[in-house]
Design a protein around this ligand. Structure first.
Ligand code: SF4
Ligand code: ZN
Ligand code: ZN
Length: 317
């Protein structure tokens, strides 16, 4: 039986790129120290700050919330979780349940924002009314709601559960499309713009997807194993993910090298052009004119809903 390279106890994990076996406790410590190092190296959070962690009920956000809640005492920051109920049938019900159980288990305050309750429409209705694919509307809605929540709750940073695999795949996809501005947004952190946008941080930047999954399992965290019914398995990301995994098999540590190099060079990529302005309807970040959220909700529901979302969070601040 393989033994932990640190303490000699029975091993439950093998980290190929480090050629090390690990027992449960040392494995959990390994992932937590990766996140802690990322926070310290990139100054993601400072003592006394408030972090809003976006959770979806999936494995990555479970790992994110669990590791941040462990580190919040040591590093002295406040942690609040946000779950957005997207109104995607049974999937949303189950993911809400998983998020509630996770927050209870970790003793982290959780805010549940229900799209249907607040806007009168979930993602399927918004997608139908705006004639856009569900994932495109969903991504935009989540970005908007998370930022509105962070602004109203006076958070200093929004923590997202993107792992090293996600970053490596987006990076490759953006490179293939020569979308250098998209690469410029793939750093470990983005800066806040006072009053209109709260900076995003990616504490799992150096954590592999497999590592995040195993952490959730070994730490006994509740998470939803099911995928959203709108996931498109034919997407380019899925094929790129397989390719990156094949390369990782041949060259253990390749993903880590990819994200580490990106973190160092991301500042050199051209930033999106255009002026940064305020949406005339809701007052939050817009790249010109009304923001996408206000535009889409105006078209689908008859009025821009940004102010309604902001007010909902303001009452909970
Ligand atoms: Fe939203 Fe698409 Fe993800 Fe489903 S798969 S949660 S619709 S982005
Ligand atoms: Zn050990
Ligand atoms: Zn707006």
């Amino acid at each position: 039986m393989a033994r932990c390279s640190v303490c000699g106890a029975p091993a439950v994990a093998y980290i190929r790129y480090q050629k090390r076996y690990m027992c449960r406790d040392h494995y959990l410590e390994f992932v937590e120290s990766k996140v802690e190092r990322a926070i310290l190296r990139h100054r993601l959070v400072r003592r006394g700050q408030r972090v809003l962690a976006a959770v979806s009920g999936g494995k990555d956000s479970s790992t994110l919330l669990a590791v941040l809640s462990r580190l919040s005492g040591k590093l002295g920051f406040e942690l609040v979780a946000l779950y957005i109920h997207l109104g995607i049938y049974d999937y949303s019900e189950k993911s809400r349940e998983a998020s509630l159980r996770l927050a209870r288990q970790l003793n982290v305050p959780l805010i549940v924002f229900d799209l249907k309750e607040v806007l009168g429409a979930g993602i399927p209705e918004l997608a139908r009314a705006s004639k856009r694919p569900p994932c495109s509307v969903c991504g935009m809605v989540k970005r908007y709601v998370i930022n509105a929540a962070a602004v109203e709750l006076a958070a200093d940073a929004v923590a997202l559960g993107h792992n090293a695999d996600d970053i490596a795949v987006y990076n490759l996809k953006s490179f293939l499309n020569q979308d250098l501005e998209a690469i410029s947004k793939l750093g470990v952190r983005t800066e806040s713009i006072p009053g209109v946008a709260v900076g995003r941080i990616r504490p799992l930047y150096y954590v592999y997807e497999k590592e995040s999954f195993l952490y959730s399992l070994l730490a006994g965290l509740p998470f939803l194993h099911e995928e959203c019914p709108f996931v498109d398995r034919r997407q380019m990301e899925v094929e790129l993910k397989e390719t990156v995994n094949q390369l990782e098999d041949k060259r253990p540590g390749l993903k880590l090298q990819m994200v580490s190099k990106l973190a160092k060079r991301v500042e050199d990529y051209p930033k999106p052009g255009g002026s940064i302005g305020r949406c005339p309807s809701c007052g939050l970040l817009s790249s010109g004119g009304e923001c996408s959220f206000c535009r889409v909700t105006r078209r689908a529901l008859g009025r821009p809903m940004g102010p309604v979302v902001r007010e909902w969070f303001r009452r909970r601040a």
